[in-house]
Ligand binder design. Structure first.
Ligand code: BG6
Length: 477
């Protein structure tokens, strides 16, 4: 078994977790700059008071501001990716490098030039970029002035941003993604939609209003691409909420179905162009009505994505009766433990077969080409000499990539895989550095101490061979 020669295999990360240089190049404040390190994770919803405090703090306490200094060290990092033979690098554009306040009249040339240089350097190394338009960052100014995506003003600003980046980079970037894990807006409207709970009018349903505007933003990106640059491809990106029912009790399976459906909601809109019945009906019963403008629904219907992408790290278990829950988490999701699975040091349940299951489930649902935008193992690594013996990471990736091959053999049209956190970076959930995913070790600790130097881990050469052999080496002992 092997991947086809045009299978796009490589790595992934997001601007806010690697770039650093938060106050350089004309960049503005972003919502993501306000997160402190939280070793237990999950503190995604910030308050106005926390933001005010953060604005006085420095990069030492707010790790996403310093990233791994990719902004300055990107050439050396791209050389390492080239050495591994990456065919693709998924990254995101930081909105505030292009429009520092979100609502600026004209874009920031320095920011635009930075990404031009980055894409040129990638292409020179035969690595094609895949760009996420928005990965957990909203210009802070929009949060402070109009509560982010709750307002239609943010949609207008986003449209301008979309036009700018597409006009600038369409010759260099073929694959685009709308929002990273947009479904997570149901869990954290601050993280995904730049909305503060205390400013949100409708405490219960306000998140759907923000999402509606974001979905219109996705549809606008689709329209702009399809009308102006039809050779490009646009995808949506979801957290794969893989849940198994705890028992064969019908009630457990019904709960499981309903939770999985909700995880698909924003993808369903981006693929099918309409809100699914399983949200419309509960909204109606609860008396909630989206604030829309004439033509919104038609606009969603007429402008859908070309492919589907998702992140997959772990699976969870769920049941109808939550009273006896022994909760655990996977990414932003919460569920129950699965006695058949091992976990990572952060408690995420490792489930390679679940990746094959997810690929089949999503392909069956959407019938669109599929891209695995994220998959990876976060672990504590020890640099000994000049390397890390990360056999646990090799095992994780090997087991998952085999399942990708099996899913392709099942008939799923999966056209690529980008390993998440291909170089150690700041964790999204905890802002720790200690939670490392990379093939490349970055000498930097949670407080930002260290040389910042890069070291090849054992998995570096291993992944290189996987790419070189189109996956055949996965089956070598
Ligand atoms: C995904 C995000 O949710 O999971 C990434 O898209 C994130 O930004 C990744 O880094 C892994 O999560 P964490 O918290 O371990 O970095």
């Amino acid at each position: 078994m092997e991947f086809s020669k045009d299978f796009l295999i490589g790595g992934a990360f997001a601007a806010n977790q690697v770039e650093g240089a938060y106050n350089e190049g004309g960049r503005g404040w972003s919502t993501i700059d306000m997160y402190k390190m939280e070793t237990s994770g999950g503190h995604f919803e910030l308050t106005m008071a926390e933001i005010q405090e953060a604005l006085q703090g420095d990069a030492k306490d707010y790790p996403k501001r310093r990233g791994i200094d990719f902004y300055h060290r990107y050439l050396e990092d791209l050389d390492l990716f080239q050495e591994m033979g990456f065919k693709i690098l998924r990254l995101s554009i930081d909105w505030t490098r292009i429009y520092p306040n979100g609502d600026d009249e004209t874009p920031n040339r320095e920011g635009i030039d930075f990404y031009h240089r980055l894409f040129d350097e990638l292409l020179k190394r035969n690595i094609q970029p895949m760009v996420t338009l928005n990965h957990f960052d909203t210009p802070l100014n929009l949060t402070l002035t109009c509560n982010g995506w709750e307002s239609r003003k943010t949609l207008d600003c986003f449209k301008r941003y979309v036009e700018t980046v597409l006009d600038e980079y369409h010759e260099k970037v073929k694959y685009w993604l709308t929002f990273n894990e947009l479904d997570a807006a149901l869990i954290s409207p601050y993280l995904c939609s730049g909305m503060l709970a205390e400013k949100t009018e409708d405490k219960k349903f306000g998140k759907y209003q923000g999402l509606h505007h974001q979905l219109l933003g996705c549809a606008y990106a689709a329209k702009y691409i399809h009308e102006n640059y039809p050779e490009l491809r646009l995808g949506c990106m979801m957290t794969k909420n893989l849940k198994y029912a705890k028992t064969c009790r019908p009630e457990d399976n019904l709960t499981c179905l309903q939770e999985v459906q909700m995880g698909c909601m924003v993808n369903d809109v981006q693929v099918f162009g309409e809100y699914p019945y399983y949200v419309k009906n509960p909204w109606k019963k609860a008396g909630f009505k989206l604030k829309t403008e004439p033509g919104d629904m038609e606009f969603l219907k007429n402008n859908t994505v070309d492919f589907v992408s998702f992140s997959y790290y772990a699976s969870l278990v769920t049941s109808h009766d939550k009273s006896g829950d022994d909760p655990t988490n996977a990414n932003l999701l919460v569920g129950e433990k699965n006695p058949y699975l091992k976990t990572t040091e952060w408690g995420w349940q490792i489930d390679p077969v679940g990746l094959r299951y997810s690929l089949n489930e999503l392909y069956d649902r959407y019938k669109k080409p599929i891209f695995i935008a994220e998959n990876g193992l976060g672990a504590v690594d020890h640099l000994i000499g000049n390397t890390v013996e990360d056999d646990y990471r090799i095992e994780y990736i090997r087991d998952h990539l085999k399942q990708v091959l099996y899913a392709i053999d099942d008939g799923v049209d999966c056209f690529g895989y980008t390993y998440w956190g291909c170089i150690d970076c700041i964790a999204a959930s905890t802002s720790q550095m200690k939670k490392r995913y990379g093939f490349i070790y970055v000498d930097q600790d949670d407080e930002g101490n260290g040389s910042g130097n890069r070291y090849r881990k054992k998995s570096f050469d291993w992944y290189k061979k996987v790419i070189q052999t189109n996956g055949r080496s996965l089956f070598e002992s």
